[in-house]
Write a protein that binds this ligand. Structure first.
Ligand SMILES: [Zn+2]
Length: 309
């Protein structure tokens, strides 16, 4: 009888150990954790709001969360949130409203409808990709390299680096003229606080809107690529628009050309960047959404259309 009790006890202890082991394994097994963790992480931003309001999250609440939490990719690189694109998004939606507001959601729903999307007023992955396509489609289409006669050498005073070599200061002629018109307009807009020179030009000591890089020959572009091999497909392009002489990298704050989110977050908050988002198009320049400093001259398309402004 005693033996029997001991056996029963040992049996139950063994069973308990086995149960704990099975439960523990189910929680920590890598295959399992991956399957479970992904949907949870995706929804994580939305859930607390559902709880706190006791009902479905409003469009504004969902937009505010997605602006920092949405997982998406650009050029193969994982991205989080779309808050870096707020100035461009507001421009696209023609609204100045905060992303958490219902006014923003309504403006977004109108845009979604025009874009053939479900007009839910929530800026989800599909909507973001559709916006990026809109921006990308507006960029330079003809990327044929500039011929020498299309280029001029701009004075060193236009450049961010006061020691930039002469062969790196070439720009396509029309692009340069448009750039100078745009800078004049920015300088005369006192709210930007740009330092003015004696003739009303951008002062030599002013960094904002100075040119960091313009025309890049194929050889020079290859050299840059060799120097930053890890920049990936969202980084330095093989067929760069800088080959055309119509792409300008302009100083808009922070580290001049650093794609880290923390740096771009500084850049997109500057008055100069936000002014460019609202005004560069009048001078024929279009943005590259991923790089706040990169602008491409596509010419005076809007004037030719004659339908707006
Ligand atoms: Zn560039």
């Amino acid at each position: 009888m005693k033996n029997f009790r001991v056996h029963i006890r040992v049996f139950f202890i063994a069973l308990a150990v086995l149960l704990v082991a099975v439960l523990f394994d189910a929680r920590t097994s890598p295959g399992q954790s991956k399957r479970v963790a992904r949907p949870v992480a995706r929804e994580a931003g939305v859930k607390p709001v559902l709880k706190s309001t006791g009902g479905p999250a409003s469009r504004g609440e969902r937009n505010a969360l997605l602006s920092i939490e949405l997982n998406w990719t650009f050029g193969g690189k994982p991205q989080r949130g779309w808050s870096l694109y707020k100035p461009l998004i507001n421009r696209l939606l023609d609204t100045k409203r905060d992303v958490a507001s219902d006014g923003f959601a309504s403006a977004l729903a109108r845009w979604q409808k025009k874009a053939g999307l479900v007009p839910g007023g929530v800026l989800d992955e599909e909507t973001l990709y559709s916006m990026i396509k809109t921006w990308q489609d507006a960029r330079l289409k003809d990327r044929s390299p500039a011929s020498p006669e299309q280029l001029l050498t701009a004075p060193i005073s236009d450049f961010y680096d006061p020691t930039r070599a002469e062969e790196l200061r070439q720009i396509e002629r029309d692009t340069y003229a448009a750039y100078k018109r745009m800078v004049s307009a920015a300088v005369s807009n006192r709210s930007l606080g740009l330092a003015r020179g004696a003739k009303g030009q951008l002062a030599p000591g002013e960094k904002y809107l100075k040119i960091i890089s313009a025309f890049r020959s194929r050889e020079y572009q290859e050299k840059l690529r060799r120097e930053s091999p890890n920049s990936g497909s969202a980084g330095l392009a093989v067929n760069s628009p800088h080959l055309t002489g119509r792409a300008l990298d302009l100083y808009v704050g922070g580290e001049p050309v650093d794609t880290r989110d923390s740096n771009r977050a500084v850049q997109v908050e500057t008055r100069v960047y936000q002014w460019l988002v609202s005004n560069a198009e009048r001078f024929g320049f279009r943005p590259y959404c991923y790089e706040p400093w990169h602008w491409e001259y596509v010419g005076g398309k809007r004037k030719a259309e004659g339908s707006r402004q």
